[in-house]
Design a protein around this ligand. Structure first.
Ligand code: FAD
Length: 426
């Protein structure tokens, strides 16, 4: 019998398995963690992300978690037994000023970030150009903020590091092993069955991301997660104009993130939509409803239409003066897994005593070390990293009947209310 079976080998499941196995190794009773993935490690969202690690965030807990996570990434050997190469290029944040020519929200954010020793400071447009080069289009009505400790990583390097850390710590990895049934006894899971046999364990972790709702509905759990499509485009760049060491650009004027990619490409993707209306729309049109997260891995759903590429060309042209002279290199459609409040679902389930969740809500790669460590702490009964932020606020119990009722009341024909809310929360 395993100490813990982690279902789902994306970056969150792998991080949880590695952290937990390290803790069990320290205890020294020889207990084992096993990690199951229906495909291969990082088969889904975890290989189709942009590798951006920024810490400044309007949610104070998210900022604290992100800055803990950033430090963990930079000292990964201490936490996973393996180090990882990162590109420490910093990030420039850009937004329109208000009618008074100011950006009070980001000034406040800057002050708040100082309290957790995180640099997020306003810089002049000239300084932004100096950091980026002449191709960056600046505007006097915009403000520019710099987060020097932000960095980017290469998703394929992360994937290799995860394989190495799994081996280094002795996690038993079973790929191409799909959990098809979960067997319970009262309010406990005792085992799960797969195409590779039955796995018994004392604890189970759900790290199946977009597949969660469908898999756990089999034992009567409602996990409110769905997906939001997002397009990604890579432009072929000249290293003479845009060097690989280019800062990440978080462009909130044109709603797009840009980063340089190996092979001199400029990579672009749009952020998650944040209005209640858009979130509800994704839950209403739930693309996962029939095939679960499989929708996300279906090749037909991964290609871009011409108008999506053109849309990115328009957005990119507003920020870079040379985009019309670059070439479309590649692109694909990907999917964010989202919850109704766009926050993670972390920790012990409210109905099943030995089930723990670790789901991302669309922007979790950067948090994988801290989320893996925190969930591992809870399983083992420790509180070190998870006491540095309000871990309990991410528990699934917040989505009780009341919460979901209110959420759905917003959708029940109250289009105008939704639109109004959407405008307020953008
Ligand atoms: C375009 C894009 C850009 C992004 N950029 C960033 C970024 O710059 N920074 C950042 O922090 N985040 C980013 N993200 C978000 C990040 O990619 C995700 O939050 C993260 O990868 C989620 O990891 P996960 O482990 O929860 O899910 P997944 O990687 O989706 O893993 C779930 C796994 O569960 C497995 N599984 C499902 N069902 C079963 C079953 N029944 N049995 C066994 N295994 C099963 C699947 O095969 C899959 O491997 C981006 C996302 C997108 C789409």
């Amino acid at each position: 019998m395993y100490h813990t079976v982690v279902i789902g080998g994306g970056c969150l499941g792998a991080a949880t398995a590695i952290s937990l196995q390290r803790k069990l190794n320290e205890i020294g009773r020889g207990e084992k963690v096993c990690l199951l993935d229906k495909a291969v490690l990082c088969a889904a969202e975890s290989s189709r992300h942009s590798g951006i690690v920024r810490s400044a965030n309007a949610d104070p807990d998210a900022s604290v978690m992100a800055s803990i996570s950033s430090n963990m990434w930079k000292n990964l050997e201490k936490h996973w037994g393996k180090n990882m190469e990162i590109d420490p290029f910093g990030a420039i944040w850009i937004a329109k000023k208000n009618s008074d020519g100011e950006n009070p929200a980001w000034n406040d954010l800057s002050e708040r970030m100082k309290k957790i020793d995180l640099i997020f400071e306003e810089i002049s447009p000239e300084s932004a150009v100096e950091k980026c080069g002449d191709t960056l289009i600046i505007d006097k009505d915009e403000s520019y903020y710099y987060e020097p400790d932000a960095f980017q990583l290469d998703p394929s390097i992360l994937r290799s590091v995860l394989y190495d850390a799994i081996d280094e710590n002795g996690v038993e990895l079973f790929e191409k092993t799909e959990v098809d049934a979960i067997i319970t006894d009262g309010n406990k899971i005792i085992s799960c069955t797969t195409n590779n046999g039955k796995f018994d364990a004392k604890n189970f972790v759900n790290a199946t991301g977009a597949w969660s709702a469908q898999l756990f509905s089999k034992i009567g759990l409602k996990i409110p997660v769905t997906i939001e499509p997002v397009s990604v485009v890579n432009w072929m760049e000249s290293p003479r104009q845009i060097k690989y060491e280019y800062p990440i650009i978080a462009d909130y004027t044109n709603l797009c993130y840009f980063r340089s990619w190996r092979g001199n490409k400029m990579h672009a993707h749009q952020p998650r939509k944040r209005s209640v209306y858009e979130i509800a729309k994704n839950f209403l049109n739930d693309l996962c409803a029939v095939n679960g997260g499989e929708y996300l891995n279906e090749p037909m759903n991964q290609s871009l239409a011409y108008n999506q590429i053109k849309n990115y060309e328009d957005i990119s042209k507003k920020r870079f003066s040379n985009i019309d002279k670059t070439v479309y290199a590649s692109g694909y459609r990907s999917f964010f897994d989202i919850t109704p409040d766009l926050r993670f679902i972390l920790g012990k389930d409210s109905k099943i005593n030995n089930l723990f969740h670790n789901l991302g809500s669309g922007q979790a790669m950067k948090y994988s070390p801290v989320l893996g460590e925190s969930v591992a702490e809870e399983i083992i009964g420790e509180k070190k990293i998870s006491k540095m932020f309000d871990y309990s606020k991410f528990n699934i119990d917040r989505f009780g009947e009341d919460y979901m009722q209110k959420f759905w009341n917003l959708v029940n024909g109250e289009e105008n209310t939704l639109h109004r809310q959407g405008k307020n929360t953008l």
